[in-house]
Ligand binder design. Structure first.
Ligand SMILES: Cc1cc2nc3c(=O)[nH]c(=O)nc-3n(C[C@H](O)[C@H](O)[C@H](O)COP(=O)(O)OP(=O)(O)OC[C@H]3O[C@@H](n4cnc5c(N)ncnc54)[C@H](O)[C@@H]3O)c2cc1C
Length: 382
């Protein structure tokens, strides 16, 4: 049986950033055990098309050293399709919504001031403690986005624009998602420039790649102050610290810990080469309303297309005259859009849960990894 100080389960951004921080700060006795490297960050072989996480912003400070910012997602390149109506953001169609838009922007600025403070805090304390430290954020966490929309009198703007934007960013109807999640994504979209990106995972893992084991963890037991990790390939690894960086909804199958209740959002993704119908040719990104089956259609840098729909049975002929599927992936679930609890990621006995238990998004998952590593580094010093 291999014995290490730290076992990290899961090689998405959270697990990899945790490993990187441990390595950097001199705690070198660890392994990462994961089914794959990158998790929900997957790209095509020519590195131009993202099949999972799709955009980043320049606020992703912890991930920045590993990000190549590609094409900006400009608002002028977005088209909204609603029943028979087709419109853009900055057009005559937008005029009646200007005041709602300004009210929303003010709300987003307020949220973002709190959110950036929260992010900074989560490098030192758990997300649960950081949310609870801020009554404004705690309240939003348990408020429905629809209630927030109503309070701010944004229903009409939401109906015409926000609903489709939120659908594209979180695959969920803003009437169901939490206000925190809704404001997190809406502020990224409306206050910052979103970029398509390439994540340089080889660079991220360069200093510890020999410590990554590609395998599936089946069970983890805790005996006499040690974790025993058992894998599909019959490996057994003993560790003093355990970092669970697998998708939260999978963790409960591996380790006996009570996890919160979530509502999940699903989507199916196709990467397509083909001829798109005339209506959808006008702009690079086409957004569909939350009630439609299609979610978003995006022309890629290599002139192929990414299409998202809420299930795989949709007729792609609706968007394309002719097409060939290059790759497709079921994101079931993709992520959680509503939480009924704030999860405390620091458990007893050197056990940490990192990643997207409380919030989704690459940067916040990455931060949880850095946070857990720092906690372990400090504990090792004692
Ligand atoms: C379709 C889609 C689009 C998204 N778009 C964006 C976006 O544009 N911008 C953004 O910021 N965020 C986006 N997100 C969210 C973002 O991708 C996630 O929040 C983030 O990648 C989570 O990282 P993580 O490391 O916590 O988890 P994951 O990336 O899910 O990593 C979990 C890891 O655990 C491994 N694992 C699971 N079970 C086991 C096991 N039993 N044994 C071993 N290994 C295991 C998995 O293989 C994986 O490597 C998107 C997500 C999806 C699905």
């Amino acid at each position: 049986m291999q014995k290490v100080k730290v076992a990290i389960i899961g090689g998405g951004v959270a697990g990899l950033m945790c490993a990187r921080e441990l390595e950097k700060k001199g705690v070198k006795d660890f392994v990462v055990i994961s089914k794959d490297i990158g998790g929900r960050v997957i790209c095509s072989s020519n590195r131009k098309v993202n099949y999972g996480a799709y955009f980043v912003t320049k606020t992703y400070k912890n991930l920045k050293p590993f990000l190549q910012f590609l094409r900006p997602i400009r608002k002028k390149d977005c088209l909204f399709v609603k029943s028979r109506k087709i419109y853009t953001i900055f057009s005559f169609h937008f005029v009646p919504y200007i005041f709602s838009y300004l009210r929303l922007i003010l709300g987003l600025i307020k949220f973002r001031i709190h959110f950036e403070r929260f992010r900074k805090n989560t490098l030192k304390i758990s997300q649960k403690k950081a949310i609870e430290l801020d009554p404004y954020l705690s309240k939003l966490y348990f408020t429905k986005a629809s209630d927030f929309i109503e309070q701010k009198r944004l229903q009409k703007y939401e109906h015409e624009y926000l609903d489709a934007m939120a659908n594209a960013m979180s695959f969920s109807d803003p009437n169901k998602a939490s206000a925190f999640l809704f404001l997190q994504w809406a502020s990224e979209m409306l206050l910052y420039t979103l970029y398509e990106f390439y994540m340089d995972i080889p660079k991220m893992i360069n200093n510890f790649k020999e410590k990554i084991i590609i395998d599936t963890v089946k069970k983890i037991d805790y005996n006499d102050g040690k974790y025993i990790v058992k894998t599909e390939n019959n490996l057994q690894i003993e560790s003093s610290y355990l970092v669970m960086a697998a998708e939260p909804w999978l963790s409960k199958d591996i380790i006996d810990v009570k996890l919160p209740e979530y509502d999940f959002t699903n989507a199916h993704m196709w990467h397509i080469a083909g001829n798109v119908r005339e209506t959808y040719k006008k702009k690079i990104y086409v957004f569909f309303p939350a009630k439609a089956s299609f979610i978003v259609l995006a022309r890629q840098l290599d002139d192929t297309y990414i299409v998202y729909a809420d299930n795989k049975d949709v007729d792609l002929g609706h968007c394309f005259i002719d097409y060939q599927i290059i790759f497709e992936k079921d994101w079931v679930p993709a992520f959680q859009y509503n939480r009924y609890d704030i999860f405390e990621a620091e458990k007893e006995n050197g056990l940490y849960f990192i990643g997207s238990q409380n919030l989704d998004g690459l940067e916040d998952s990455a931060i949880t990894g850095v946070w857990a590593a720092r906690k372990i580094i400090n504990a090792c010093k004692k």
